[in-house]
Write a protein of this length. Structure first.
Length: 406
């Protein structure tokens, strides 16, 4: 299904489309990738290749607002990928469409907008105006690393009567601010990094660990490749589950681990995975999963697994040093420790990058603005669950709501 509208701004004409099928998305590849090259705020997590991975097995759960130049339709001006989910409102007794950033289908570290900087503001306003015409109740965009663009977009939504609220995001019982991302700019060689960014005590610890454990040959750090990927993912995620099983429960820990497996496997498919594993003999002691943005020379740390029962100290730190060394040798300019201001991340010369999180809500939405027809498949699955649970009144109301859409 393709929805299309013409939006006119003050000095420019735009064609605004909503793409939500694989054929339409595939047709965007060349123009999308051209926009990536023009956009100084583009990230790997907004690239066509990454979004193709996010969308590949999730038909009817995503859409993309695409703003084109009316004079040159092959020229994209703004792109906003979105993820859809269905919520059953117990107060309205109706299904509602809720939207998130499309990249969150693969737990993307950063979300936001691709824009042509020459017409950034007009493109964002056109995208916001299109979104305001679409059926949804709540929009939640988290981890936006584009403050100016975010404010332009939310101001445009607010002008259309949408309620906007910027939010905090604290985790670990309120101890960790997940909207802070510690990052370190990398010099051209690892020795300079160690001398300028790392304390003498920590340098000595690492050198001692390296001499005692790595240089002896009893331990080794290897980087995952196609031949070792499955075993390395099993090692990483097995260690991760062992640490978090007690706190999250076995079922939740296993589910989260499989999501991480999907994220890292997708990164491998597009040539963006860097996964070092440290082993003593055949026993894995720790592993780190990274996503590498080759175009923008950045390495993004995603997940760590460590054998909590191992006697060896410094394993996690040694893996980060190994990864930073790899990044420097491969011409990377930034090592990103990801979301959260956990204290250990500040021992590497990092500086915080703050990202934004906002929620947009329709105030008193009309019935026709509750549910997007593209969510029909998700609604039918929920109706089946209602029937299985004996909640036939809810099922009947859901069926009546669907009938009203067609």
């Amino acid at each position: 299904m393709l929805q299309q509208a013409i939006t006119r701004q003050a000095d420019s004409d735009f064609v605004v489309e909503v793409i939500n099928d694989h054929a339409g998305f595939s047709a965007l590849q060349t123009a999308w990738q051209n926009l990536e090259q023009r956009d100084p705020e583009a990230t790997f997590f907004l690239s066509w290749a990454w979004m193709a991975e996010a969308f590949r097995d999730t038909l009817h759960q995503w859409s993309v607002i695409v703003v084109r130049s009316a004079a040159a339709p092959e020229h994209l001006v703004c792109v906003l990928p979105l993820k859809a989910r269905v919520h059953w409102s117990t107060t309205r007794r109706a299904f509602q469409t809720e939207l998130q950033a499309g990249g969150r289908l693969l737990w993307s570290e950063y979300t936001g907008f691709l824009c042509d900087p020459a017409v950034e503001e007009a493109g964002l306003i056109a995208a916001a105006n299109q979104l305001a015409q679409m059926p949804w109740v709540r929009l939640s965009l988290r981890y936006i690393a584009q403050t100016r663009r975010c404010r332009i977009f939310t101001d445009a939504l607010a002008a259309r009567g949408v309620s906007i609220k910027f939010k905090d995001h604290m985790i670990n019982r309120g101890e960790t601010n997940n909207l802070l991302c510690p990052q370190v700019a990398l010099p051209q060689d690892f020795d300079t990094f160690m001398k300028t960014s790392i304390s003498r005590n920590k340098r000595q610890q690492y050198n001692r660990f390296k001499r005692q454990f790595l240089d002896s040959g009893d331990y080794n750090i290897g980087i995952s490749d196609a031949g070792t990927l499955d075993a390395d993912l099993d090692a990483l995620l097995g260690l991760w589950k062992a640490k978090w099983r007690a706190e999250k429960g076995s079922t939740k820990a296993a589910s989260v681990a499989e999501t991480y497996r999907g994220v890292l496997t997708a990164a491998h498919r597009v040539g963006a995975l860097m996964l070092p594993v440290i082993r003593r003999g055949d026993r894995p002691l720790g592993a780190l999963g990274h996503i590498v943005d080759h175009d923008r020379k950045s390495v993004h740390f995603i997940i760590v697994g460590r054998d909590e029962l191992a006697d060896e100290p410094f394993v996690g730190t040694a893996l980060h040093f190994f990864s930073i060394d790899w990044a420097v040798k491969n011409g990377m300019g930034l090592y990103d420790f990801g979301h959260g201001n956990e204290p250990y991340k500040y021992g590497y010369g990092t500086q915080d990058r703050e990202v934004l999180y906002f929620e947009a809500r329709r105030t008193a939405p009309a019935q026709e603005n509750l549910l997007d027809p593209q969510c029909t498949g998700m609604v039918l699955r929920r109706i089946e669950a209602f029937i299985a649970a004996g909640e036939t009144d809810f099922a009947a109301r859901g069926c009546a709501q669907l009938r009203g859409l067609f």
